[in-house]
Ligand binder design. Sequence first.
Ligand code: ADP
Ligand code: PEP
Ligand code: K
Ligand code: MG
Length: 583
Amino acid sequence: MSQSLHLFTPSTLSKQCYSYPKPSFPTFNRRFTATSVRFSSIRACSSDLDPSSSQVLLASDNGKGGGVLTPVTRPTAQAVDSGSIEVDAVTEAELKENGFRSTRRTKLVCTIGPATCGFEQLEALAVGGMNVARINMCHGTRAWHRAVIERVRRLNDEKGYAVAIMMDTEGSEIHMGDFGGASSAKAEDGEIWTFSVRAFDSALPERTIIVNYDGFAEDVKVGDELLVDGGMVRFDVIEKIGPDVKCRCTDPGLLLPRANLTFWRDGSLVRERNAMLPTISSKDWLDIDFGIQEGVDFIAISFVKSAEVINHLKSYIAARARDSDIAVIAKIESIDSLKNLEEIILASDGAMVARGDLGAQIPLEQVPSAQQKIVQLCRQLNKPVIVASQLLESMIEYPTPTRAEVADVSEAVRQRADALMLSGESAMGQFPDKALTVLRSVSLRIERWWREEKRHEAMELPDIGSSFSDNISEEICSSAAKMANNLEVDALFVYTKTGHMASLLSRCRPDCPIFAFTTTTSVRRRLNLQWGLIPFRLSFSDDMESNLNKTFALLKARNLIKSGDLVIAVSDMLQSIQVMNVP
Ligand SMILES: Nc1ncnc2c1ncn2[C@@H]1O[C@H](COP(=O)(O)OP(=O)(O)O)[C@@H](O)[C@H]1O
Ligand SMILES: C=C(OP(=O)(O)O)C(=O)O
Ligand SMILES: [K+]
Ligand SMILES: [Mg+2]
């Protein structure tokens, strides 16, 4: 017998109870063995609900009070198709090998570039644990990106993965152009380089860099310091000649195509007219149209300054992408985005701590605290957050990371960010698979350590719902997560159509993995970015008993669960919690 707790609001009551006038209880998972659920703990968990409202809280064990419970399970379930369940091959193998507890909770995003764009290379990344493939519209042509998207889709179709696609816009901050073929250029100490806003028809003269922002030559002043990629290479501005700006290299280093440029005067970042550049450039809008057409899962917006641009983009997408819901990720990488952080995150479907450019706009020593703040705020507001850039930078060239890099990855995992991202390491590095393996193994180890030490940070999670029904879902998820930890259950199951209830569970960062069952492939792919979720595609009905039976049968047939496993199931159709052993 399962033990269940259902919350009814007046609206769910009228829909679910009164429409079934002749309830007959007891089909309710009779076969499940009783578990040692302490209902006191359930009540305690639920006691935060508003007592003055007219909701009814029903708890059942062994059928007591079951007459009232019946309506929850429709007596004659609509024939549930006996269809299949979709889970990716890697997760399946991991679950079989290591059991639930040791599945990885932190998700992994890989930037795809020349080193990883082939089908076999993409497959190797999927095998290595890539949850999301990121394409960066700063680089490559649309045809190149389309081919990558097609390969990822084929990989998903043919091999059962659910790798999501994230398209990252170029944005209109100042950056350098390409080097006309060369993949990089070396700037040596004392060399004089020309930064120019001219269009060159033929090959670029030696030591010349094109700058994408027309106002550049007017805005900089002699004496300014010019930083490439936040200081990877530095120049002093020594002379201005019309569209050309002559600079002397003071900190030598490697110049990469399209690297970001900032200029500093008297120790402060200069934000002249370039601060007025639109967040989404006209080229970005074309790329966004491309992303909508291709049905990407996420669009990440560079250099977001305010919530307005996010709202605007979301209505643009809503008007054009009728069938697919594309999530919008705000990249936090500018001073303005930090100033308007909360409104930006609230408006977005997720955020990225884009430390590359962020570190070029604020002093480097402020980046760690900004990261911590962004990660924490995202969790409180229930938005997935990605920590990005230079996590394993040295692995672009070397097969092992530095100890400092491992410590940095560990810190992001310990902060319980939803996802970690590889940039150059996977796009053009020499060891993309090894870099991914490092992210995977460090995540697994730190997560385990954290669980073993029971170092749960009791983060205050404020109510975020805008309706009473939303509040109920939040309470159910936080109670279910707490119960899962206290009872040391093997897994949480969540049946969710939109994915919202799964994200609420993920937000609680429970000790056990969360099996998220959803009806559409696109929601399943999007859930792949969120901490702790193992998304499955499954068609299900409003009848939880039949859903559970079907799920158990399908998962058992694939050896993903076994009799006796203890599971807590929640659903967003019924707003219920059930605790049971797998029969
Ligand atoms: N589609 C692509 N085509 C060619 N090179 C790419 C592509 N995507 C990424 N790269 C390379 O990988 C590096 C790291 O990627 P990323 O961090 O996304 O870009 P950026 O360095 O411009 O911020 C880039 O500087 C570029 O050299
Ligand atoms: C992820 C980032 O953005 P991009 O790689 O597009 O510059 C960053 O700046 O850290
Ligand atoms: K970008
Ligand atoms: Mg950036």
